[in-house]
Ligand binder design. Structure first.
Ligand code: AMP
Length: 307
């Protein structure tokens, strides 16, 4: 059994209504790997950084069960850098800087021994790079999950559509689902996207939870109403890591089990937003995760009498 994650490992600078950070650790794959490693090990990572990326962070990832054989460290080059600023409601985000640096010439190479993954997470990345990973696979994984973003839907739509024919589950936010489908209603958007290839679709709605679509069925999980929300960066990636890590850990990719995975993904995401960057993901304990999943159950449980 194996889990492969592809995506960015980066430096981020974040500004929210509650404060501002200088360069901190970020990157979609960083969040995905950290979250997944609570449920499944090893997590095989394929990505690239420059030699400015802190060795102690890489050592910490390894200690958590993230296999770095597929992480290229480029001498004399800089890591990917992203800067973003959130509006007062934390739902709107403006990108202030995207310095591709090492990512500009990234040619993902999956190590020979990792080309038969059972679970694959294609984190948000240039769609052609996501496809290059698919081309290196030696068999069809049990589940391929793909993330993307509005930038690629605007600039590389055909490549996204091609990828969609090869993946099992697409994970996007509501705005991206509307952009991809051309439909405002999320139910209609889901129907249109499922017709593009994937069997499953997750639409993330930030503080309003997540929807899981499969054929004509839909499952909804709310997000926990949190007292402390500091920084939503990486919440979507953390959700993805928790979701796929849980499926891999339970070896069950059925729709029913995906409903539980959505709750675990949501629980992980509820932690990451409590601090800047991935800090909280590095300290959360398994007991706290369990407790938060219990809070999710309490949030939605109701004894309703139908007359
Ligand atoms: P999220 O908040 O889930 O959308 O993910 C935020 C993370 O995505 C940050 O840590 C960034 O480093 C990373 N990121 C932002 N833009 C890009 C991009 N164009 N390609 C790859 N990763 C990105």
């Amino acid at each position: 059994m194996s889990l492969l994650v592809v995506g960015s490992v980066a430096f981020d600078a974040i500004e929210t209504p509650f404060g501002k950070t200088d360069k901190i650790i970020g990157g979609a794959a960083t969040y995905i790997c950290l979250a997944a490693s609570y449920f499944y090990k090893p997590v095989n990572l394929v990505s690239v950084v420059g030699d400015d990326f802190p060795a102690d962070v890489l050592a910490d990832l390894e200690k958590r069960g993230v296999n770095l054989e597929g992480l290229a460290v480029r001498k004399g080059e800089k890591s990917f850098f992203w800067a973003g600023k959130y509006g007062t409601d934390l739902n709107t985000r403006m990108t202030l800087a995207t310095d591709l640096n090492v990512l500009a010439s990234f040619d993902p190479t999956v190590p020979e021994g990792q080309r038969k993954p059972d679970y694959l997470m294609l984190g948000n990345l240039v769609p052609d790079l996501q496809f290059k990973v698919l081309e290196q696979l030696k068999h069809k994984p049990r589940l391929i999950v793909m993330d993307t973003m509005n930038l690629w839907l605007d600039t590389a739509r055909e490549a996204v559509l091609r990828n969609l024919r090869h993946v099992d589950l697409l994970m996007v936010n509501d705005e991206e689902a509307r952009l991809l489908s051309g439909e405002y209603s999320l139910v209609k958007a889901a129907r249109a996207i499922l017709a593009m290839g994937p069997d499953f679709l997750i639409i993330k709605k930030g503080e309003h939870g997540a929807l899981l679509f499969h054929r004509n069925e839909v499952f909804f999980a709310p997000a926990l109403p949190l007292e402390e929300v500091f920084d939503p960066t990486g919440a979507g990636d953390t959700f993805a890591g928790g979701f796929l890590g849980y499926l891999a850990g339970t070896r069950d990719v059925s729709y029913e089990n995906m409903k539980s995975a959505v709750i675990y993904g949501s629980a992980m995401a509820s932690f990451v937003v409590e601090r800047f960057g991935p800090e909280r993901l590095m300290t959360v304990k398994k007991d706290e995760i369990r407790q938060r999943c219990r809070s999710f159950l309490e949030l939605v449980q109701v004894d309703i009498r139908l007359n």
